[in-house]
Ligand binder design. Structure first.
Ligand code: ATP
Length: 596
């Protein structure tokens, strides 16, 4: 044992360039341990241990190695590999086996390779002072200590002390790394609280780089030590959190609304949702405009309000109001039509002074000359006259609303044409398939009642919601003599005006004014003349539910189905009526020649 203990150190000492002060110190200690191992009394071992403690290379290692986390962590993989590669040729075992030497030789041989590998690793490492080779593997210097011989223990303690120092420093290094990680994360949060997104992003990017670097280190370390694995996990967690934070900060505000925070979503929607704001704005404007639309029709009795309304709409210059304005115009056009008819009805109800009444048309004047009614409409101007056919059609189906609006334009043209004495063809502003126009009044068609030899009779409704029978006699291509005969019916009905049980003539119009003039003068100057192509006779008559011919036909059918005879009282009644009518005609110097 003494020989073995006094054996010189390996013939091949480690290269000088591999010797470090720490190693020298260790070697000194080991040499002293080897020297003292010759006696190997227990007390001596304790002294040696005390000496080890006194000469604990912590200070040396701290001063010489000043371990820093980055330096201690990164080269570990290479260190471990280097150790494995360097140790294997000499010891045939890995470094973890260094703590289980079986002899002093092996201890010495093991110790030297440890130092050698330390130095080799140190040289191989790009970071000087790296001594983390013992940090690799799950090395526990206390393993097998109790069962080993004291000499071995003493020798092992040499390594153990050294390794413990390394481990402690490495642990310190890890702690530093861990502390730095935590601190960086904390400081990162603090900076994020007080800085804007760009600064935070930069900070986070830098921190992420450092974190990635440290994570790389931690990753390398985690492969060699289980304790470092937890550090790597923490770093990964921090990295994930930072990654999420950076994604959160890099996202636009609108995208951040997708986040799980209900408060964020609400705030973003309340401030930056253009659709929501525009909808709200539109709804607000609709409300305002709706109030206007609700108020304006009430003012429509005053024609001036019709001018004020478009001005109000023009003041609404916001683009979002275009559609709203269009809607309001349509609504106003709709509201104008009944309001205009209200003007007609209000002529009768107005209790105006005579001076004003003199300028206002009387009710009967309006009935005789409807153009008087539309005079204010002309004064309104074209803007208010903009009730096109599309807007009129649906309203025209309501006969009580819009019938009197339409004559304004054609009437103006007619007056202009008559004033100039020219024969400009009439341009109808109404649909002739839907309306008849008699003396400027429109009558909406309700259906065809019947037809005669030269005429057709339609059921119509006037602007005052009265049902009439409108008889239209076409004079196209007829001579004035024949046309004069058709016109005499007008004269006869005028004679029977106001008589009971006689269909009353409400209004009439002969489009050929020359023919009408001859009829009214009861003289035909030009019998060979021809009526103009568009010459017609319009007669507005009271509407009869049924005529005598249809009534008799219906009664005849009932008698055939029931095999009954006609009621004699019924016959007496109608014969009496016919006699009265004949007497009436005769009283008017009229001879009724049309037979039943
Ligand atoms: N005021 C009226 N109310 C209801 N229906 C009417 C009215 N006037 C005419 N009619 C109906 O119209 C049809 C045609 O009337 P019209 O006066 O043209 O017939 P007509 O006198 O037989 O023909 P014509 O006058 O050409 O000889 C009649 O059969 C009648 O039923």
């Amino acid at each position: 044992m003494d020989r073995e203990a006094n054996l010189p150190l390996p013939s091949v000492p480690p290269p000088k360039n591999l010797v470090r002060p720490v190693t020298n110190a260790a070697d000194t200690t080991s040499s002293s341990s080897s020297f003292s191992s010759s006696s190997s009394p227990p007390d001596f071992l304790r002294h040696v241990q005390a000496a080890f403690k006194r000469h604990r290379p912590l200070g040396i290692m701290q001063t010489n190695n000043s371990i820093k986390p980055r330096r201690t962590l990164i080269p570990q993989r290479e260190a471990s590999r280097t150790v494995a590669s360097n140790v294997d040729p000499n010891t045939g075992t890995k470094k973890s086996q260094d703590v289980v030497p079986l002899s002093k030789d092996s201890i010495l041989q093991t110790k030297n390779p440890v130092a050698a590998t330390r130095e080799t690793h140190e040289d191989a490492s790009p970071f000087p002072g790296t001594i983390t080779k013992t940090f690799d593997e799950s090395f526990n210097p206390l393993d097998g200590q109790r069962e080993q011989p004291e000499s071995v223990i003493a020798t092992k303690e040499d390594n153990q002390v050294h390794l413990a120092c390394v481990e402690s420093q490495l642990v310190d290094g890890k702690r530093k790394v861990q502390f730095l990680t935590v601190n960086k994360a904390t400081s990162q949060e603090m900076e994020w609280d007080v800085s804007n997104q760009v600064e935070v992003s930069n900070v986070i990017n830098d921190e992420m780089k450092q974190q990635n670097f440290q994570n790389m280190e931690s990753d390398v370390t985690s492969r060699s030590d289980g304790a470092v694995t937890s550090l790597a996990k923490r770093a990964m967690v921090v990295q994930d959190q930072l990654h999420q934070l950076r994604n959160f900060l890099n996202q636009p505000a609108t995208q951040s609304s997708v986040g799980p925070s209900c408060a964020t979503t609400t705030s973003v929607h309340s401030t930056s949702a253009p659709m929501l704001n525009s909808t709200t704005y539109c709804s607000r404007l609709h409300t305002e405009s709706g109030s206007q639309a609700a108020v304006e029709p009430l003012r429509d009795s005053n024609a001036n309000s019709l001018h004020a309304t478009p001005r109000n709409l023009e003041q609404l210059s916001h683009p979002l109001l275009k559609d709203t304005s269009a809607m309001l115009i349509d609504m106003r056009a709709t509201a104008t039509q009944p309001s205009t008819s209200a003007i007609h009805s209000q002529f009768k109800e107005l209790n105006l002074p005579k001076e004003q009444k003199g300028s206002m048309p009387e009710a009967h004047d309006i009935a005789n000359n409807p153009s008087l009614v539309h005079k204010p409409a002309k004064e309104r101007g074209p803007a208010d006259d903009g009730t096109d056919v599309q807007s009129q059609r649906p309203m025209s189906r309501n006969p009580s609303s819009n019938v009197k609006l339409e004559p304004s334009k054609p009437e103006n043209k007619e007056k202009v044409a008559s004033s100039k004495g020219t024969s400009i063809p009439r341009k109808r502003s109404y649909d002739p398939d839907l309306f008849f126009k008699v003396n400027g009044k429109l009558y909406q068609r309700l259906g065809k009642i019947g037809s005669g030899g030269s005429s057709e009779v339609h059921k119509v409704i006037s602007s005052d919601c009265t049902i009439y029978a409108l008889k239209k006699i076409k004079l196209k291509g007829r001579d004035y003599g024949t046309a004069y005969g058709f016109c005499q019916e007008i004269l006869y009905l005028n004679k029977l005006k106001g008589k009971n049980n006689i269909i009353q003539l409400i209004d009439y119009e002969v489009t050929d004014k020359a023919l009408l003039h001859e009829v009214m003068s009861s003289s035909i100057s030009n019998k060979d003349g021809r009526v103009k192509d568009d010459g017609c006779i319009y007669m507005v008559l009271e509407y009869g539910e049924i005529d005598l011919a249809h009534m008799l036909a219906q009664k005849w059918k009932e008698m055939d189905s029931s095999n009954q005879t006609i009621n004699e009282n019924w016959l007496r009644f109608y014969w009496q009526v016919l006699g009265l009518h004949l007497a009436l005609h005769h009283s008017c110097s009229l001879i009724y020649i049309n037979t039943l």
